[in-house]
Write a protein that binds this ligand. Sequence first.
Ligand code: BES
Ligand code: ZN
Ligand code: ZN
Length: 496
Amino acid sequence: MQIIIEEKSANLNEVDSIIVGVYSDKLDSPFVKNFDKLSNGQLKGAIGNKEFDGKESTAVMFRIDGNKMIVVGLGDSKVSKGEVIKNAFGNAFSSLKEYSCKTIGVPVFESVGGLDFLSRCIVEGVVIGDYSFNKYKTDNTDPKKQVDKVIVYCQEHNNSKMLIENGVKLGQILADSTNLTRTIANEPANVATPVFVANKAKELANQLKIKYEVFGRKELEKMDANALLAVSAGSVNEPQLIHLEYDGRKNGKGKTIAVVGKGITFDSGGISIKPALKMEEMKFDKSGACAVLGIMNACVKLSVNARIIGIGALSENLPSGSAYKPSDIIKTMSGKTVEVQNTDAEGRMVLSDALTYANKFKPDYIIDLATLTGACVVALGDLTSGLFCNDEEFEKKMIIAGQTSGEKLWSLPVSAEYDEKIKSDIADIKNVGESYNAGASAGASFLKVFAAPTKWAHLDIAGTAWTVRPKGYLGLGSTGMGVRVVTQFIMNETSS
Ligand code: BES
Ligand code: ZN
Ligand code: ZN
């Protein structure tokens, strides 16, 4: 799908449909009047009849000489947020696609968050909303509907064409990177083995012309990555530690940021096996590592002024005669020993070595993304990701990046008191806290041991990395959670 910008007003001769965004407190604006005219008075009629009032999550469709106009409500302009725009345009886009529309016009309207932010949100909504994962459907009798072109009309904003161009470009990069992550994360566990994901990383690195390194079982043994090896011990598929690196620093000046992802391609729980119900969802336990690939893509496409190191710790977690067991004591790459009390707390195991590895590059920041705990899902559901940070200033910056990007984060504690929970009687630490007691913070406390002394943020995306109910512009399956918020933080931190 192509997205182009045209410096004229919406023109139903060159598109077969248009989407018009309207705020509930601006029903009398010149913008609305203009589109009322284009709809031959239908819009005013709908407003007069109270069929449409501009409230959030409302929409109305008109036919104009065989073409279609969807008017979407964006709510009160004083409080309306980016996600409202993304949902409204994403949903309208999907409806028009269902109606077999091929070309869609989106007139840029009076903006509350800046024309660049507005255009970015429209494009994110449309491109993320356009995504579907159906490569395994073999029935092709119903040909896939596809929109060929979206035209962003910006006549009323001629002087601001630059802003709109920037917003469209950023929205496209963020959405494409999110979709890239979704496409890998949605792959089933029999296809997406650790080596499969590593190969995807290699392909991406070649495309982006950035450094790629991979460590398999043999190399991991030499590196003493015993925690990652322990988790993979029950599987015939070998683990992979992947390293991608982009250096966009100008004159060698700029920050180094390591982004580390949990990449369990299937989490059965191992010997501490999970119940069967919903176990199939554990193919998404690789979502953190998949997000790292999307983040690398975005950072390179945006040429951020920083060195970005992307690390993924990939393994299966399966039970077998060679699997690691509760009671095992593992000496991690850092030298610290871990008592395994539950093999289902494998994410923190693989991340312990990945974080130690990340610290070898002396990063200014480490951000890890992990579908780490069911406890975080209980606390925050599928709407917000948990944020755990060992530095207050960094934490605030991450929260702001969450608000701007729409991938919301909520701070949960990882303060020193919580370290008690993972004390072991016979090793340095144990891999679980107390049951039904601050499970998400206990997991974070464990990771903190290996992230120190670097400024570190841990995103627990267990509830947000995929969805089993359509969530506005995000369809079923992987959401690509983490790509946009982490890229936003990196952009904020490196643009000055
Ligand atoms: N991958 C799971 C966490 C998870 C659960 C993600 C549900 C998404 C939905 C993780 O490896 C896990 O099993 N964690 C355990 C930790 C416990 C044994 C300390 C959990 O949360 O129950
Ligand atoms: Zn687990
Ligand atoms: Zn897991």
